[in-house]
Design a protein around this ligand. Structure first.
Ligand SMILES: [Zn+2]
Length: 401
């Protein structure tokens, strides 16, 4: 692209998205007003809004439901050329939200706009982003003749509870194939590009004792005391990898303890759940072996018996920091905002993980404050949604034309 034509495009995109402000607010509010708390989800209701939008623009789309009502909607724009010269770029926003919780100053499912921000459950996680991407879809549809590659916009289900009915289903069972993906579900106000995620290992440990009368504890085996002895050691768990240029150190959270019924009963069972976030290059097998050794030590010292169970293990992922998406995001964010977002590692897990595991170059990038997701009185800046639409339209034009 020549400089003059690229400057024209930049001005055109900037003006276009500025004029989309009302539309973006309307769409975001419409989506927020649809109750898609997961559980139970009901994403089909939000997918209908997206469907009406695609229909009105004659954007071809497909709807995929693994379970009735848990809809994913996927729209397709452009794509005359053949891969790999005409690549495909997927942007996926999730249509489910976490439960509203209490203490909202207004109804969380009646979106309102105040001081340049849209309020309501899902405004920042992830429906505002979806509205912004719908404006991008409209722009790209109007410029479809210039697109050799294909732009795929997906509104997905079930992100807040593991994506089994959402992106995972689309990738594994619906034949959705893409080269690149941007997941706008990382907040950080477009100042960070999520290129690597820690592994997330969820474990349960059960201490088995022997029930007895509380007045004669020596006749039983107290599952709680044994668990305390074990946890003291688990707390000092050593990781193989303790530092990484893009990550904070690995972490271990003791998330729950369940045991006991009454003061005068020696408890026979105690259950704990752990959330371990480990670095790329570390392995969950090593961590589990370590824990098993600790368990053996404690079992040798006390009349104790433990079971270790893996609840789930999502391995760490990383894409090269010099991949084309990082460059394009950096370039166009700089054009629109005057700042360059930095590649970073995330402690949480987004659906980018599932994409990377499929060999897709996927990164997380998008608008929103870190503190808003899942919070009471959740909100997002309208200006950020417009800026995000500008950046994403420029990225799509760059990579797909
Ligand atoms: Zn989210």
């Amino acid at each position: 692209m020549h400089n003059s034509s690229s400057n024209n495009l930049i001005d055109h995109v900037k003006n276009y998205m500025q004029n989309e402000e009302k539309e973006i607010i309307d769409l975001a509010c419409k989506l927020v007003n649809i109750k898609t708390e997961n559980p139970p989800g009901n994403e089909i209701l939000a997918a209908k809004v997206v469907e009406d939008f695609f229909k009105s623009l004659q954007i071809p789309y497909t709807i995929h439901e693994k379970i009735t009502g848990r809809a994913n909607i996927v729209g397709y724009i452009g794509g005359r050329g053949e891969r790999p010269f005409a690549p495909t770029l997927l942007v996926a926003c999730h249509l489910d939200v976490v439960p509203a919780g209490d203490d909202w100053k207004r109804n969380p499912f009646e979106a309102w706009v105040e001081n340049g921000r849209i309020y309501g459950r899902g405004s920042s996680d992830n429906k505002g982003q979806m509205a912004s991407m719908m404006a991008v879809a409209r722009f790209l549809k109007e410029n479809e003749s210039k697109l050799k590659g294909q732009f795929i916009l997906a509104g997905v289900a079930d992100e807040e509870r593991g994506s089994v009915l959402g992106l995972e289903y689309l990738l594994n069972e619906c034949g959705i194939r893409v080269d690149y993906a941007i997941i706008p579900d990382v907040a950080h106000n477009m100042q960070l590009i999520d290129v690597t995620e820690k592994g997330a290992l969820f474990l349960e440990i059960i201490s088995h004792g022997k029930q007895a009368h509380g007045s004669r504890p020596e006749t039983g085996i107290n599952a709680i005391w044994n668990m305390i002895a074990l946890l003291e050691r688990v707390k000092q768990l050593k990781f193989q990898k303790t530092s990484h240029p893009l990550h904070t150190p690995p972490t271990l959270n003791l998330g729950s303890i369940h045991s006991g019924t009454a003061p005068n009963i020696v408890p026979a069972l105690c259950k704990v759940q752990l959330d371990i976030r480990y670095l790329p290059d570390d392995s969950s097998d090593d961590i589990i072996d370590n824990l098993k050794n600790i368990i053996k030590e404690v079992e040798n010292r006390y009349p104790a018996k433990f079971d270790l169970r893996i609840i789930s293990d999502q391995p760490p992922t990383a894409v090269p920091t010099n991949n084309p998406l990082v460059e394009l995001i950096s370039k166009h964010t700089s054009t629109v905002l005057g700042t360059r977002p930095q590649p970073k590692g995330m402690s949480g897990a987004t659906v980018a993980k599932q994409l990377i595991q499929k060999g897709i170059t996927a990164v997380g990038f998008g608008p929103g404050d870190d503190t808003e997701a899942h919070a009471t009185n959740e909100s997002i800046s309208v200006k950020e949604l417009i800026d995000f639409a500008k950046i994403m339209a420029l990225i799509a034009m760059d990579i797909l034309s």
